[in-house]
Every structure is written in structure tokens, then in C-alpha cells.
Design a protein around this ligand. Structure first.
Ligand code: NAD
Length: 373
């Protein structure tokens, strides 16, 4: 008989549903020592909170997230609200002795992210961020190839993250164009590629950035227009601790791109290519192959790529985005159990990612290289 762990969920939009699915499925997929019990759900509107609690299977609902945090039956809090609300909610949960699973990024302001890290240190509970892409079994396979030296020393990296939800110039001015909500593509997107860098090769030691706005203004509801304050595009040159160079490009206005995180890693003896839009495959080229058959080979995800086999025994059938969240949930449960090997971006590592983003923004302002260390 496994012990239970009481779950609280704040926010029930895109990510809220994703967390609810993960909490519901993690036991069936991983059979954890602690079985999640869906205890309390918070939404901004009481009626929506009650409806979502019924849909997702939570016992209680509230429009006051502090009530959820004060609930003694809640052991772990999923925070899936807009970025600006993360610090207050995460710090309150940590001060109440709860474990926290907070969506990325930590906070718009670096000082608030640091306060969240400090609260996690003081609480001593598990505090992790929603960096689901690192959980892909194929990203783990890339990590394995790098670790085994399959492509030799990394000489160059390129990462591009592109989507098109800001591509239409006629879409109205909203929070994504409002500077009060952050820099734009840098904190919306760049944090994800940085989480991948963090597990694959480490974060950059210095960066130089140029950001741009595809549209200077967007229409407003009253028939006028308002100047866009955020940058939908950011281009970053970076240097790794090893001295290898890299390029990171992020664009929220790239027509036709829906969930692209394209990673190219070039090494002294080979190359690795991956794209999140084809998340069940990795391209691998080895200069050590027989020249007669040399070429990129496609490795399809299968049970050889842990934890793929937990979901489906047949290779090549594929995992999906929500499965990454289930894996992240299982890793969080390992962290809660004190397993130092849990594969998570905790608030300590998360703060390093936030600092990289703010360094990139400072570089855009100054026009020069900015050191991260
Ligand atoms: P969303 O707008 O779909 O959902 C946010 C929810 O929070 C809404 O249901 C809203 O009503 C609720 N909310 C707002 N204020 C609240 C309050 N005071 N109390 C309770 N609920 C409140 O947004 P989203 O796309 O789910 O984004 C949420 C977070 O997830 C953001 O931080 C975003 O950066 C992150 N995100 C992560 C990923 C990922 O891949 N990990 C993808 C998308 C979004």
C-alpha cells in the first residue's frame, strides 16, 4: 500500500490541465511510492473553480489560493498561473512547508526569482520548475551520446525556438506586448532552450544579444493602436564554459512554426540534430562510421530510451507533450522523497536560468558581451 500525497492546483488553464493530467496519470505510469490525492483546486472565479474541480477530480475548490495553501491536507502545490503571480504564491506555499511545482519562468524580476530561491532554501522542501522539455527520453539519449563522447568534444551549438502566436500583425495589443509582463520572447521562450543547455552542456559563460520587434504597434479594442513594448524576436550569441560557441534564436512571430525547438550540436567527431516538433526522433552522424555508409541516422524513440517503456512497450509509437509533464511529475515525487538523482530544474538551477535571461537583456541594452559568472 503506497502512502498518499495531497495535491493542490492553482490555475486551470493550459498548464493547469497539464498538471492535473500528470497528477492523475503518474501513479498508473510510474507506480510511485506516494499516490497523489487530488485535494484542493484554486481558480480566480469561484464558479470556474468548482467546475474545474469536478472535471479534474479535486475534492475541494476555492477562489482564494491562500485557502488552498493553508489546507493541512495539501502537501504539494502546483502553480500554473501567469508569471507575475508566481513569487507570491510560491513563497507563501514554501513558508507553509509545502513542496512546490511552479511553471516557468520563476518571475518577471530577477530579485523576485532570488526571493523564491531563498524561500526554497529556508523551507528545505522540494521546489521545482516546469521545464518539461528536459524530460523527453530523446533529450536524455542526446545527453547519453554526449556523455559517451559519441560526437567528441562539442565545438558549436545552435538552438532555435519558434512559434507563430504573435505572427499576425492584426492581432490586438495584449499582455504579451506589454512590457510590464517581461521582455517578450526572451523570458517566454529562451528559458526553455536554456533548460536544455543546462542539462546537455551547461549554461553559457557569456552572451551578446540583439532583440527586435516585428511590429511597432498593435490594434486596440477602441479602434486605435498601442506601441508594442516587448520583443517577439531575440538573437543571442553565446560562449560555453568549454570555450565552444553557440547561437540561440527565439521568435514568437515565425509563421508556420508551432512548437519548434531545433537543436544542432556539432562535435569533433560527429553531430546531433533534434527538433521538438518531431520529439520522438534524434538524428545522429558519426565521422567514425564506415565512409561507404556514412550519413545521418534517425533514432526513433522506444523502450531503450528510459522512461519511454513506462508508457508503451512498442518502439516508434511515440510520446506526446503531456507525457513529458507526467515524467516531470514522477521526478518531482523522487525529489520529494529526497532522491538527489531526481532529474529536475529546482529553484537553485532555475535562478541560474533567470540570471542568464536578465544578462541577455542587459546585453541588448549595452550592445556588448555580458559575463554570467
Ligand atoms: P492560462 O492563461 O491558460 O492559465 C492561467 C490560469 O491561471 C487561468 O485559468 C487563470 O484564470 C488562472 N489564474 C489567474 N489568476 C489567478 C488567481 N489569482 N488565482 C487562481 N487562479 C488564477 O496560462 P498558461 O498558458 O497555462 O500559463 C501559465 C504559466 O505556465 C505561465 O507561467 C507560463 O509561462 C507557463 N507555461 C509553461 C509551459 C511549458 O511548456 N512548461 C507552456 C505554456 C505556459
Amino acid at each position: 500500500m503506497s502512502a498518499t500525497i495531497g495535491v493542490g492546483l492553482i490555475g486551470t488553464g493550459y498548464m493547469g490541465k497539464c498538471h492535473a493530467l500528470a497528477w492523475t496519470s503518474v501513479g498508473a505510469v510510474f507506480g510511485p511510492k506516494r499516490r497523489p490525492k487530488l485535494v484542493h483546486l484554486a481558480e480566480a472565479d469561484p464558479q470556474l473553480a468548482a467546475e474545474r474541480a469536478e472535471t479534474f477530480g479535486f475534492e475541494k475548490s476555492t477562489a482564494n489560493w491562500r485557502t488552498l495553501i493553508a489546507d493541512p491536507e495539501v502537501d504539494v502545490v502546483s502553480i500554473t498561473t501567469p508569471n507575475a503571480l508566481h513569487p507570491e504564491m510560491a513563497i507563501a506555499a514554501l513558508e507553509a512547508g509545502k513542496h512546490v511545482w511552479c511553471e516557468k519562468p520563476m518571475a518577471p524580476a530577477e530579485a523576485d526569482a532570488a526571493r523564491m530561491r531563498d524561500a526554497a532554501r529556508a523551507a528545505g522542501t522540494a521546489a521545482i520548475l516546469g521545464y518539461n522539455y528536459i524530460q523527453n527520453p530523446m533529450i536524455r539519449q542526446i545527453e547519453r551520446l554526449l556523455h559517451e563522447g559519441a560526437i567528441g568534444a562539442v565545438t558549436h551549438m545552435r538552438i532555435e525556438m519558434d512559434e507563430d502566436f504573435m505572427a499576425d500583425a492584426s492581432s490586438p495589443f495584449g499582455p504579451k506586448s506589454d512590457g510590464a509582463h517581461g521582455y517578450g520572447a526572451l523570458d517566454d521562450f529562451a528559458v526553455h532552450p536554456l533548460s536544455l543547455l543546462s542539462v546537455l552542456v551547461g549554461l553559457p559563460r557569456r552572451v551578446v544579444t540583439h532583440m527586435s520587434k516585428p511590429f511597432a504597434a498593435r490594434p486596440t479594442a477602441d479602434g486605435g493602436s498601442r506601441e508594442v513594448e516587448t520583443y517577439d524576436i531575440a538573437n543571442i550569441l553565446f560562449e560555453l564554459e568549454s570555450g565552444a560557441s553557440g547561437v540561440l534564436c527565439v521568435n514568437r512571430s515565425a509563421w508556420g512554426r508551432k512548437g519548434r525547438i531545433a537543436v544542432q550540436i556539432y562535435g569533433a567527431r560527429g553531430s546531433i540534430v533534434y527538433d521538438q516538433e518531431r520529439m520522438n526522433e534524434v538524428q545522429f552522424y558519426s565521422a567514425d562510421d564506415d565512409p561507404a555508409v556514412q550519413g545521418f541516422r534517425t533514432i526513433l524513440a522506444g523502450p531503450a530510451h528510459d522512461p519511454y517503456g513506462r508508457f508503451v512497450p512498442a518502439p516508434g509509437h511515440g510520446l506526446g507533450f503531456n507525457d513529458l509533464k507526467i515524467i516531470e511529475c514522477a521526478e518531482l515525487l523522487r525529489a520529494i522523497d529526497g532522491d538527489a538523482g531526481a532529474r529536475v530544474i529546482d529553484f537553485e538551477r532555475g535562478l541560474a536560468i533567470e540570471r542568464a535571461v536578465h544578462a541577455m537583456a542587459r546585453s541588448h541594452e549595452s550592445g556588448g558581451w555580458v559575463d554570467l559568472s
